[in-house]
Design a protein around this ligand. Structure first.
Ligand code: SF4
Ligand code: SF4
Length: 362
C-alpha cells in the first residue's frame, strides 16, 4: 500500500470519526477555513488544513495536567456548544490523561499517565499554576506537580498553557504559593500560552487545529500568545463603549440607568491595556462578552492579571489614566481628542503598564 493511500485512509478515517460525533465534513472544513482566516492565512487553505488535521485526529495523544486552579478551564471547554471545541479536543484526540474527566482513578489513572509519558509524542496541556515557594503546595500521588510536569514536558511534542493560571500564575499568583506559569519552570521549550480566565475554548481549538495541520506552533507574540487571538487587537480599540469614552461619558454609579452603556473606565476597566479578540469573537459561541454584559474588562489575557490589576471594579489609582499623553477624560469630552489621539493615549497607557511590570509590549 502506498504511503499516499495510507494518508488518504487516515484522512477518511478522521472525517468519519468526526461525522460519528455529529461534526460533518463541511462543518469541519468551515471550522478550519475560519481558523486559517484567523491566523491570517488564505481561507482557501481550509480544506487542506481540514485534511491534515483529520489525518492526525484520533492518533495524536493528549495529556492534560492540572495544577493550582479552579477547574474553570476544563469547565469552560466542556460547556462549549455541540458540536464544539470539547468534542473535537477531548473526544477526537486520543486523550490519555485528564484528571477531571477520565473514568480511571487512583493507581489506574497514574498508570495511564506513566504509560503516556513513556511513549511520548503527545500534546501536553497544563491547566492551573505551579507552586514554586514550596512544591508541596501541589502534590499528585505523593510527588510535587512541579516534578511531574517537568517530566511530562520533556517528552511532549508541544506544551500548551490553557488559561491565565497556567500561562502566568493567574489568580493563585496573588497568594503565598509562588504560583507561576508553565514557561517559568521549563527551559528551552516553547510554551503556547492561551491566557484568559477561563481559557477561551475557540482559542484552544484553533491552536490545536493549527498544530495538527502544520505540526508547529502558530506565530506567537512576546508573551508566547498566538498573535491572531491576542496581540492583534487592543480591547479598547474595538470596544462597543468606545464612543462614550471619546465623549467623556463614564459610568460612575452602577444604579444609574441613564449611564448603563457608558464607558467602564472608572469602574476599573483594563481595556486600554488588554490585548484580546474578545470584542470581535464573543464568548459562548457568540452569545456575549464581559464589557457588553456590563462588566469592566479584568484584563485576564495579560500577564499582569490578577495581582497587578486590582482592584477589579474600581479605577486603579496606581495606573496612569488616559491623561498620560496630555489628554484627560474631560478634555476628550470637549472633543479635543480624535481617534488618533485616543489611540496614542491608550498606547501610552499600555506601554507604561508594560514598563511597570517589566514587559516590553509596544
Ligand atoms: S475603557 Fe473599557 S469600557 Fe471604556 S472604551 Fe475602553 S475598553 Fe471600553
Ligand atoms: S473582556 Fe477582558 S476580562 Fe473579559 S474575557 Fe476578555 S480579556 Fe478577559
Amino acid at each position: 500500500m502506498s504511503s499516499f493511500k495510507k494518508r488518504e485512509e487516515l484522512v477518511e478515517e478522521g472525517f468519519q470519526r468526526l461525522e460519528a460525533r455529529g461534526i460533518s465534513r463541511r462543518t469541519f472544513i468551515k471550522l478550519c477555513a475560519m481558523t486559517a482566516a484567523a491566523f491570517g492565512l488564505e481561507v482557501q487553505l481550509g480544506p487542506k488544513m481540514a485534511e491534515a488535521a483529520a489525518e492526525n485526529i484520533g492518533k495524536k495523544p493528549l495529556v492534560w495536567m492540572q495544577g493550582q486552579g479552579c477547574t474553570g478551564c476544563s469547565e469552560s471547554l466542556l460547556s462549549s456548544f455541540e458540536p464544539g471545541p470539547a468534542e473535537i479536543i477531548l473526544d477526537m484526540l486520543s486523550v490519555r490523561f485528564h484528571p477531571t474527566i477520565m473514568a480511571a482513578s487512583g493507581e489506574g489513572a497514574i498508570s495511564a499517565w506513566k504509560e503516556a509519558i513513556e511513549q511520548g509524542g503527545y500534546l501536553l496541556v497544563l491547566e492551573g499554576s505551579i507552586p514554586t515557594a514550596d512544591p508541596r503546595f501541589c502534590m499528585v500521588e505523593g510527588r510535587p506537580l512541579l516534578d511531574q510536569f517537568r517530566e511530562a514536558a520533556r517528552k511532549a511534542e508541544v506544551v500548551v498553557a490553557a488559561g491565565s493560571c497556567a500561562s502566568y500564575g493567574g489568580i493563585p499568583r496573588a497568594g503565598k504559593t509562588g504560583a507561576v506559569g508553565a514557561a517559568d519552570v521549563l527551559e528551552g521549550q516553547t510554551v503556547i500560552n492561551l491566557p484568559s480566565c477561563p481559557v477561551k475554548p475557540t482559542r484552544l481549538l484553533g491552536t490545536v487545529l493549527y498544530y495538527l495541520s502544520f505540526g508547529e506552533a502558530p506565530p506567537l507574540d512576546e508573551y508566547n500568545r498566538p498573535v491572531p487571538y491576542y496581540k492583534r487587537y487592543l480591547q479598547h480599540d474595538s470596544c462597543p463603549r468606545r464612543g462614550h469614552y471619546e465623549r467623556g461619558e463614564f459610568l460612575r454609579d452602577w444604579n444609574d440607568p441613564e449611564t448603563v452603556d457608558w464607558c467602564l473606565y472608572y469602574k476599573g476597566c483594563k481595556g486600554p491595556y488588554t490585548y484580546t479578540d474578545c470584542p470581535r469573537i464573543w464568548w459562548n459561541d457568540g452569545v456575549n462578552y464581559c464589557i457588553r454584559a456590563g462588566s469592566p474588562c479584568a484584563g485576564c489575557t495579560q500577564p499582569e492579571f490578577y495581582d497587578q490589576f486590582t482592584p477589579l471594579y474600581a479605577k486603579q489609582e496606581n495606573f496612569p489614566n488616559p491623561g498620560i499623553a496630555g489628554l484627560s477624560p474631560a478634555s476628550l469630552a470637549k472633543g479635543i481628542a480624535g481617534l488618533t489621539a485616543v489611540g496614542v493615549a491608550s498606547h501610552a497607557v499600555a506601554k507604561a503598564v508594560k514598563n511597570k511590570s517589566g514587559g516590553g509590549e509596544e
